[in-house]
Structure formats: structure tokens, C-alpha cells
Design a protein around this ligand. Structure first.
Ligand code: NAP
Length: 278
């Protein structure tokens, strides 16, 4: 892990926003939008040249202080170092856990390395970085944690078992965190984009040209909608979901499904089979 600091004067009031995966796609746009709002920034990714270019541009355009951290969040030593840095920085008022990777394909033909990278970046890094900032946020009763999930956290396809599993973790983990900060001024937002035009599709082995263009959102629209959702106080923001009632229906069913299992008894359809077998 290497760090580069800027001496540029920042705007102290909003504090510092940390964006993981800020070298491309949604993370690069989050960095831009937070800088426009006046946040100082800590930008994290593996491609330091891209982070530096973004940092230079944002310092010049918005007069904010920007620090870059070159780190592989899928590597334990780098993640440990980033966690330590983030946990010890009381200026941090926002963390956007955006870094994510995908390799599409059946599990049987997914390499162990690709499988582990998805688990390490999408789950472990997101969980540990959330854990790094939340105690400080709670102590100061201030701060926003934004976790980038996916509509694939609600749904699994034959080619997305691992990726969907990781995003399902982001969904449940983040919802749990929301309950943990209830009653405080700390905000925890889950963002669940659908298909959005970024490099992730090419990197996943399924170029965007395979998708119906009508189903693909622009990255700028996705980030701007997610930030609008944060401003609206939404717990879960789904940038392209028009019918918000669908989410309510899902959530109601989720609660009923959980409650419906708390009977302490074998369900009758199994009890009947047990009786036949006896
Ligand atoms: P992207 O353009 O591929 O950007 C991914 C970012 O994550 C890059 O900045 C990359 O930086 C960083 N990253 C990847 N592996 C990393 C690692 N090991 N360590 C540190 N940084 C790493 O993808 P994107 O679409 O913007 O994705 C952003 C988030 O949105 C992800 O969590 C993704 O799952 C989610 N999402 C995307 C879509 C979509 O359709 N685009 C839909 C739903 C959810 P380096 O390569 O420089 O490290």
C-alpha cells in the first residue's frame, strides 16, 4: 500500500469522504460529486496513475484536499493497512464502499482465484471498512456509510452465483447496520444499481454489447440518483427502480417469511412424510 498526500486546502465543514474503487466507473463519479459538494477526499484503488489524475483534477476544480491510497483491497496486508488508516482518521465523515469485481460464469468453470477475489473485495473489504468507520461515526454521532450492492443481491443467475452471493451479503449486512445505528444521526445507505455502463461488464467477461441497451443506465445517472436518495434519507436506493412499491412488497414478504418460520414445529408437509416413513 502506498499513500500520497496533498497540501491543498480543503473545506473542513463536510469532512473527508473515502471512496473505494475511485479509479473508474461509479467510484470515479462519486469522487467527483463529493468534491463538488466540498468534501475532502481519500481515494482508494489499485491503479495509482488513475487515482493521481483524478486527484489532480479535483483539487484544481474544487479546491478540496485529496489523498490517494494505492491498495489491493483483495489482499489481506493492504486491507489491514487501509483499515488502520481509515479507523484512525477522525476527519472521515463519509465512506463509499464502492470497489467491486465480477467474473460471470458457472461456478464449476470459475477459477478459485476469481472466486476468492470476489469474496475478498465485495464482502471482506466492504465489511472490514464498514467496521473501521462505524465506531467513530457512532462516537461523534455523525457520518454516512454508503455500501454499493446490486440488484443481483436480490436475484441469482446461472452465471452470477458468486457475484450475487456477495451482493446478497452486502444487502443483509447493510440492513443490519442500519438497525445498529437506528436512533443516531449516523446514516447507512444501501445502493442497488441495475445494469450500468461501466468497465465491470467487460472485466466480468460479458461486454455491455450483450445487453439490451434499453436496460442499461448511464453511470452518471446512477451515482446522481444514489446521492439524491441519500439526500432524501432513503435507506435503500435503487437508481433505476421506478416502482418503489415493489421494494415494499419484497420487504413485507421478507418480514413475513422470517416470522413464518418461528413456529417451533415441523411444517405439516414434512410431518406427513415423517408419518409415512415411520
Ligand atoms: P468498474 O468500472 O469496474 O470499477 C471498479 C472499481 O473497483 C475500480 O476503481 C477498481 O479499481 C476497483 N477495484 C477492483 N478491484 C479492486 C481491488 N482488488 N482493490 C481495490 N480496488 C479495486 O465497476 P463499477 O461498475 O464502477 O463498480 C462499482 C460498484 O458498483 C461495484 O461494487 C459493482 O459491483 C457495483 N455495481 C455495478 C453495476 C454495473 O452494472 N456497473 C451494477 C450493480 C452494482 P482498480 O482496478 O484500479 O483497483
Amino acid at each position: 500500500m502506498t499513500q500520497q498526500t496533498s497540501n491543498t486546502q480543503g473545506i473542513a465543514k463536510l469532512g473527508t469522504g473515502v471512496v473505494t474503487g475511485a479509479s473508474a466507473g461509479l467510484g470515479r463519479l462519486y469522487a467527483d460529486r463529493l468534491a463538488r459538494r466540498g468534501y475532502d477526499l481519500i481515494l482508494i484503488a489499485r491503479r495509482g496513475d488513475r487515482l493521481d489524475a483524478t486527484a489532480t483534477e479535483l483539487r484544481a476544480s474544487h479546491g478540496v484536499a485529496v489523498k490517494t491510497i494505492v491498495a489491493d483491497l483483495g489482499a489481506a496486508a493492504d486491507l489491514d493497512a487501509v483499515v488502520k488508516t481509515i479507523a484512525g482518521d477522525a476527519s472521515i465523515t463519509m465512506l463509499v464502499n464502492n470497489a467491486g469485481v465480477s467474473t460471470f460464469g458457472p461456478v464449476a468453470t470459475t477459477s478459485a482465484a476469481d472466486l476468492l477475489t470476489m469474496l475478498n473485495v465485495n464482502i471482506t473489504a466492504l465489511a472490514r471498512l464498514s467496521q473501521a468507520v462505524l465506531p467513530g461515526f457512532k462516537q461523534r454521532n455523525r457520518g454516512a456509510l454508503v455500501n454499493i450492492g446490486s440488484v443481483l443481491g436480490y436475484h441469482s443467475l446461472p452465471m452470477s452465483s458468486v457475484y450475487s452471493g456477495t451482493k446478497a451479503f452486502v444487502l443483509q449486512f447493510t440492513r443490519g447496520l442500519q438497525d445498529e445505528v437506528a436512533g443516531t444521526e449516523v446514516r447507512v445507505q444501501l445502493v442497488t444499481p441495475a445494469a450500468t455502463a461501466t468497465d465491470i461488464w467487460e472485466l466480468a467477461g460479458l461486454p455491455l454489447s450483450n445487453l439490451d441497451p434499453a436496460t442499461v443506465m448511464l453511470a452518471e445517472q446512477c451515482v446522481d440518483a444514489a446521492l439524491a436518495g441519500l439526500d432524501l434519507g432513503e435507506a435503500i436506493s435503487s437508481p433505476s427502480l421506478e416502482d418503489a412499491g415493489l421494494f415494499k412488497a419484497y420487504d413485507d414478504a421478507r418480514g413475513k417469511l422470517f416470522g413464518g418460520g418461528q413456529t417451533g414445529k415441523v411444517a405439516s408437509r414434512y410431518a406427513a412424510k415423517e408419518a409415512l416413513a415411520a
